[in-house]
Ligand binder design. Sequence first.
Ligand SMILES: NC(=O)c1ccc[n+]([C@@H]2O[C@H](COP(=O)([O-])OP(=O)(O)OC[C@H]3O[C@@H](n4cnc5c(N)ncnc54)[C@H](O)[C@@H]3O)[C@@H](O)[C@H]2O)c1
Length: 250
Amino acid sequence: MKDISGPIDLTGKVALVTGASRGIGRTVADALAREGSNIAVCDVLECTDTVADIQKREQEYLEFRFDILSKSDVHNTVSEVIKKWGRIDILINNAGILGESTKELEEYTEDEWDRLIQVNLKGTFLVTQAVWPYMKKNGGGKIVCMGSIAGRVGGVLAGPHYCASKGGIHAFVKWAAKNGMKYGIYVNGIAPGPIATPMTENEPYRDEMVPIGRLGRPEDIAEAVVFLASQASNFITGKILDVNGGILMV
Ligand SMILES: NC(=O)c1ccc[n+]([C@@H]2O[C@H](COP(=O)([O-])OP(=O)(O)OC[C@H]3O[C@@H](n4cnc5c(N)ncnc54)[C@H](O)[C@@H]3O)[C@@H](O)[C@H]2O)c1
């Protein structure tokens, strides 16, 4: 009989999900809880709906509200999670902002560029850095970072700063995967195509943009996250998984 991984099972795992208040992050938290994981949710907004979802799944949770660029809040959060559960098995770096997408290059200000690169790219770095030593100590873990098709193709409907931030995340994933291997830390990314969430509700995204015939839903991304967070992906690291309804096939 072959040694196969069996159905996905995250029973008793501890996951930290950033940007968990709404959209993709909320659905990711719910899907991880469905598979048996306890979840720490964080966001600059309240995570009331997300917490209600996790409670319905009868999983334990912790809730944190802070800006991801506050290094002290990031470290306090990780400490609180370690205090409650003793470890972090899964980190989902999902928090992000889209920014302006329709302007000419010369109209983007330095402040806009800096804020977006900081939230998307530095935020991913800060949280990963805070979790990393605990994953090392526990013999490994699974990290999933939210990239974007924008980081692959120069944007579908996204600005230069957003594309650069997501391209940076894709490269960071590869660096972290290479350097995490010896500790059993897997690091992968997801590059979603256009997904209907609060982030994109005022953007001119249309079903016809997608070969499959509809915009993506948060669940489409959440199921890919569950796969990359679970034992079903134990021979995959440093991968940017395209989940885009067939817009980009590489
Ligand atoms: N929706 C799409 O089409 C799409 C496509 C590709 C990639 N993505 C990426 O997926 C991720 C989730 O996007 P979404 O569509 O669910 O967006 P969303 O705006 O609905 O959710 C993003 C969450 O991140 C939180 N967040 C933003 N800045 C933060 C900060 N400084 N500190 C803490 N939390 C912060 C927000 O409050 C929000 O709850 C993002 O990284 C986004 O770039 C989305």
